[in-house]
Design a binder for this molecule. Sequence first.
Ligand code: ATP
Length: 853
Amino acid sequence: MDVIVTHTNTDFDAFAGMLAARRLYPGAVVALSGSLNRNVREFYRLHAEELDVVEPNRLDLDAITRLIVVETLQPERLGDFEGVARREDVEVVVFDHHRGERPDWLAPENLVTSEDGALTTTMVSILAERELEPTPLEATVFALGIHEDTGSLSYPGVGLRDAEALAWCMRHGAQQEMVAQYLHSPLGENERALLDALLAALETHDAGGLDVLLGAVAWPQYVDGVSNLAHKIVDLTDARALVCLVEMEGRVFCVVRTRVAELDAAAIAGGLGGGGHAQAASAVFRGPLEEARGRVLAALPEAIRRGATAGEIMSRPARFVSPDDSVAHAMVLCQRHRQSGIQVGEPGRLVGVVTREDLDKAVGHGLSHAPVKSVMSSEVDTCEESTPLPEVMRLLAASDAGRVPVLRGEEVVGVVTRSDLLRALGEPTAEETAPAGPDLGPRLLEIPRLESVFEAVQAVSDPFEGVYLVGGAVRDVLMGEPSFDVDIAVEGDGIALGRALATALGGRAVPHEKFGTAIVVHPGGRVDVASTRTEFYDYPGALPSVEQASIRQDLYRRDFTINAMAVSVKGEDFGRLVDYFGGLRDLENGVVRVLHTLSFIDDPTRLFRAIRYENRHGFRMDAHTLGLARACVEMELVGELSSARLRDELQALLSEEDVGDSLRRLADLGVDRAIHPHLAAGEEAARVVADLDELRARLAPEAPSWRLRLAVLARRLSSTEILGWSERLRLRRRDAERIADAVTVAPRLVERAAVADEPAALRDIVRPHDPDGALLALAGADGVARERLERYFEELRDVRLEISGGDLAELGLAESPQVGAVLEELLRRKVNGELDGRAAELEAARELLTSSQ
Ligand code: ATP
């Protein structure tokens, strides 16, 4: 039995994480492990029936074989399930969003961690990528989880992913009123009294120049939700950092909140043996209040994280123009270095700064030749290398020039621009462009059939923000291989571009409105056009129109760095390689690398794709990717593939020219057993397939190689298992029957071929199973059986009579079942070598007819 659990102080993020995990492990039971936070409990009571969650006392703990833990890495926080988590015979899988920790009680391949503000964000991103639809109630719980753990998206460290995940929940029916109702529930009398006491007890302590508020009180009765009270105190006081210590029932409950990156809440709670995140952490301490207070104060210096400084984030070198240089010259420098302004003077003597905007205006007024000093601002705020980030932020906000020179003594050693600051804060910057790559324009235009296609794309691309060649073609062009699926991604309306392209190429566009895609069929072939997509949107049409996804987001959703490159095919940008993720480097080094740690879990078909690229090009997954691949299999997250997609990838993998490496890798990673427990790739399969490939090429090249190879993989399945599995895979019935027949009949064919007493008998035995079963039998045969089966293909299979029913009619045999019987007998004799040539056949026919009269 699979059971999903979380820590005993279950908040909405943990609760939502469990419900999302159930979508990934559909058979698993969600169990409550301890007390639900008050708002979660109220919600749960009302919706218990629909949520289908069980209490631990209704579970037979001994029957648990796998425990799926969400939102904690600490088994001691699992209440009744701690013992289960520590049992040797139970497999434990953990999903969490606490950075950096690597618990020693858990196999690394059984852990998924992320850096999202809420764990629910991580889980929702997986559901979104797998296109699993939540119920509106689930979406509401997910939204509550994200709201709660991100302070409604306001905590430091909360990112765009959290916001997009929340939007996804709303699109899937999250109820805003319910979110508002359960996010904050009114305080009870006892809680209000404790809140008063904590507020009255607040004292201020210093930690590296920051004020930390500490409230420590002993309380006569247990109060649920100290963390909720801590929230309220932060709201009331606007505290940068707060520690609440409440002694109740012999234990001290500690809640820590910080709103600045310089103080690590988890380190403070760590002083009492607890943990959590940089912004929110907690602990339960079994000792006196005064000792807890002492420990917290002692932990404060440990918790100070030195923030970034101007020296660390500045751009170098700071470029200068002389005050007497012309406006035009300054403008050229700004353009060349893509700067929004430039310093005036020289490094040892800063006299001013000038912005590109002002230079632009000056040029517009005909002042290109005027000296820069006439348009610069000479009042410049500067800072030092050691100036902390918040101070730099303040200076920048007040600066008209949008840049703060950084001084070492009198010397300007660098400059902090708005982009430097945004980058340091982890935000996307307007200047964020992909590193410039090689110009692939000439290579694209050399591809024989495609020159006119690219020219047409170029001609119609002007109204669109960005138009790119994407996918395998980019990889193939870089590798000098012929490819030529032309996939175009458009930042903007893909269908509009598709239509324009169809007109330009004299073809027609087949649009798919919902997905924002179009297929352009033209006399020279076909072009697929798609609008760029981002992960939390099922299709681009769901994107708010102002929120067009960028090519970077579109590429980020792809499988591997080597497939996540694009080449601009628009206007003057034509041929520019767009490579955000180091795809070119990986291509040169033969590395298959995922773009992010959830990649295989988001879409396990990528396992097959990785193996296919390894096999095809002799590439290798890097260690991190390989570890993630193993983890995905280990956690049994492969089986829940939408089967038609699995079929396509399996078929693609098995259709490559040589598949030996793929078969070994499938087994090495356990992917074969993960998709069906009796599927067996590996060395033995590779040997059989090598034999089979040779036989097929020589004896029956018309047999589809993927089907034969699939039969080898499935050689240990029973016929019923094969038919059942094939149905789930949505294989065509004919293919499924061939495979099932081949697998079941091959061993018997070997035995029967060995004892067939004449060639015609051999032919009768083998023919119904030609080619799949016959080839598979041959690959497994030796001695006489092998000889005979080869003989079947080489000599017997294509034996045909030279005469036909028409000849028999001329001999006086009217159309009747006897015609077939006679022809069959003649064929038998011919296969046995008793007839040679048309005359002999006619002669024998005559004899047969006479003797039967
Ligand atoms: P091949 O020649 O091996 O088929 P391809 O790259 O053209 O290579 P396609 O299956 O046609 O393969 O996919 C086109 C592109 O779509 C890929 O290059 C990749 O960027 C993206 N892609 C395909 N499948 C996935 C997936 N499961 N996850 C992410 N991206 C994918």
